[in-house]
Design a protein around this ligand. Structure first.
Ligand code: FAD
Ligand code: NAP
Length: 536
């Protein structure tokens, strides 16, 4: 650590300039608090700054996946498509930064390496890789649930002589695959979005699939001015409905169980969902889809029947069909032309469960039964989700206790926003909150507003410290586990469970109780004087 001058003195330090950090800064300014955002990237946007792979696109509709805090902003911004592509979302983030003059309190290309709570001073000392040091009363981790890329655990990756790319760290200038032989490892959302686009340029694409995934068509299309105007005219009530909804998108809730209706009726419902496009038509069609394996299987089999319909080679269709986890227990994907790309003669699928990758060589990939030669390798291998970015920072609370050690058996939080033993530390969409199971924009706004209201409460009551009690945290963790265990989610080896990262504890991390009920709970806790917290 280079010599540091006296740390900059602030009320709040915010780590991360994605949608969470940007809005947090906006709210703190409204409270008249001094704040600085520290961001590793060179610009705002977080996810949409880093994930520039071809085909990167939101799978929540644009009119839903946008801030609601400023009626003027939501009226003036025009979306061009039903599902916005990464460049458009990044432009939106940049527009927000300009419109609210956020950049003047942001430091870019700077990574926070440690955050230590100084008990005597009741302040957080935050240090960065550039030697910047900040002393702040409060620290807000807006570090993202999906911001630390996970590389494949395969020998020889660094030996590969061609170009390598990770979807979550895509070069800003783009990549030209024209005429090249490309290997893609992974078949999650990032792979499913990028493979058709890569295949449109490359001379040959080989996809290495470990787990077949469920994907539904996006049916993306331009968004007409009339459609936007219609929604904008009733945006306030629409946003309110989103806040009260289960997943952060207003939509009618299912009223019946899949197992209580006939096969014909189910197929009709699933077909309508498939034809409408997007995530919810199949995953949210019936009450019991997330709870009963038998009910879930009816939707899963519908997707498999679609794969068989689209993919002409029955053996490839079989390999693409997911059988090892219930539908929705891994984050389902939304695609444009994914399954049908396997009808192209230059696109191949290798099942690496049947024939595991043994190593990456200087010229390609070796599996247990073949050698593949490539010019480029794309790792669409995901993220160390939910806890990765927090554990990458040396966070220490009371008595120098490390958050990483406290979380050795899995994350423990109160409401997904705070941690016992770590006073005045907040997380936006942390583990134990609905976060990744929702339209994240709605969950981000809810957390940011709850935290800023809390800081406003402390300020106006002359208080300086807030910290959850062990009892409240234990009860919340138990509740999160209990509702998670009642669903099918724990049955999948998903990143929700930490199962994608070797050695990570297997714990279902998000809160599955629903965005609306969770919001109500948090609001009640604040209204009752911050039940479960000690305020000093
Ligand atoms: P992020 O956008 O991840 O921002 C966190 C920022 O913190 C990053 O810029 C990072 O560089 C910075 N940071 C982290 N650690 C440090 C550190 N130590 N020091 C300095 N800076 C640090 N959600 C949806 O609801 N719908 C979608 O369709 C959807 N699509 C997605 C597609 C992709 C490819 C990915 C990866 C995620 C997607 N998500 C989606 C989830 C998405 O992450 C959230 O919607 C949202 O963008 C998160 O915003 P955030 O500000 O909380 O985190
Ligand atoms: P992911 O869903 O975790 O997928 C990673 C893929 O890589 C999986 O198929 C995984 O196989 C495979 N993999 C990982 N390590 C491997 C190895 N060593 N050998 C072989 N295969 C390996 O990651 P992601 O696709 O980047 O998506 C992460 C999340 O970001 C999504 O779930 C979603 O929440 C969000 N996202 C959303 C969109 C969108 O449509 N809006 C797009 C991209 C991302 P296993 O399944 O067997 O582990």
């Amino acid at each position: 650590m280079p010599d540091t001058p006296r740390p900059e003195q602030l009320d709040v330090v915010i780590v991360g300039a994605g949608f969470s950090g940007m809005y947090m800064l906006y709210r703190l300014r409204e409270l008249g608090m001094s704040a600085r955002v520290i961001e590793a990237g060179s610009g705002v946007g977080g996810t949409w700054y880093w994930n520039r792979y071809p085909g990167a696109r939101c799978d929540v509709e644009s009119m839903d996946y946008s801030y609601s805090f400023s009626p003027e902003l939501e009226q003036e911004w025009e979306w061009t498509e039903r599902y916005p592509a990464q460049p458009e979302i990044l432009r939106y983030a940049e527009h927000v930064a300009d419109r609210f003059d956020l950049r003047r309190d942001m430091v870019f290309e700077t990574r926070v390496s440690s955050a230590h709570y100084d008990e005597a001073a009741d302040r957080w000392l935050v240090r960065t890789d550039t030697g910047h040091a900040i002393s702040a009363r409060f620290c807000v981790m807006a570090t993202g649930c999906l911001s630390v890329p996970k590389w494949p655990e395969v020998d020889g990756v660094e030996e590969f002589a061609g170009r390598t790319f990770h979807t979550g760290r895509w070069p800003h200038e783009g990549v030209d695959f024209t005429g090249r032989r490309v290997g893609v490892i992974g078949t999650g959302s990032s792979a499913i979005q990028s493979i058709p686009q890569i295949a449109a340029q490359a001379s040959a694409v080989t996809v290495f699939q470990r787990t077949a995934n469920f994907s539904m068509p996006a049916h993306n299309r331009p968004l007409s001015k009339e459609e936007q105007a219609d929604l904008k005219a009733r945006y306030r009530e629409y946003r309110q409905a989103a806040r009260e909804s289960f997943v952060g998108v207003p939509r009618p809730l299912p009223t019946r169980n899949a197992l209580d209706v006939s096969h014909e009726e189910r197929v009709q419902t699933y077909s309508a969902g498939w034809d409408y496009g997007g995530l919810f038509g199949l995953t949210g069609a019936y009450l019991d889809t997330r709870l009963s394996e038998e009910a879930n299987e009816t939707a899963a089999e519908f997707v498999r029947s679609k794969i068989r319909e689209i993919v002409s080679d029955p053996e490839v269709a079989r390999r693409l069909s997911p059988y090892d986890h219930p539908l929705g227990t891994k984050r389902p994907c939304v695609d444009t032309g994914y399954y049908k790309i396997y009808n192209e003669p230059h696109v191949d699928l290798v099942d690496v469960r049947a024939t595991p990758i043994t190593k990456v060589t200087p010229t390609g990939v070796q599996t247990s039964d073949a050698t593949y030669e490539f010019d480029d390798l794309v790792f669409a291998t995901g993220f160390d989700a939910m806890t990765g970015a927090l554990n990458a920072i040396d966070i220490r609370g009371r008595d120098g206790a490390a958050l990483k050690e406290k979380w050795a058996e899995g994350p423990r939080t109160y409401l997904g926003v705070s941690v016992a033993g770590f006073p005045n530390l907040f997380m936006i969409t942390g583990p134990g909150s609905p976060s990744v199971l929702s339209n994240m924009m709605v969950s981000i706004e809810q957390h940011v507003e709850w935290v800023s209201d809390c800081l406003g409460h402390l300020k106006s009551n002359g208080l300086s410290t807030i910290e959850p009690t062990d009892e409240a945290e234990n009860a919340w963790v138990e509740h999160v586990n209990e509702v998670g265990a009642a669903t099918l989610y724990p049955k999948a080896n998903s990143w929700y469970m930490g199962a994608n990262v070797p050695g990570k504890p297997r714990v279902f991390m998000p809160y599955v109780g629903g965005v609306g009920p969770y919001r109500e709970h948090c609001t009640r806790i604040a209204a009752e004087g911050y039940t479960g917290f000690v305020l000093a």
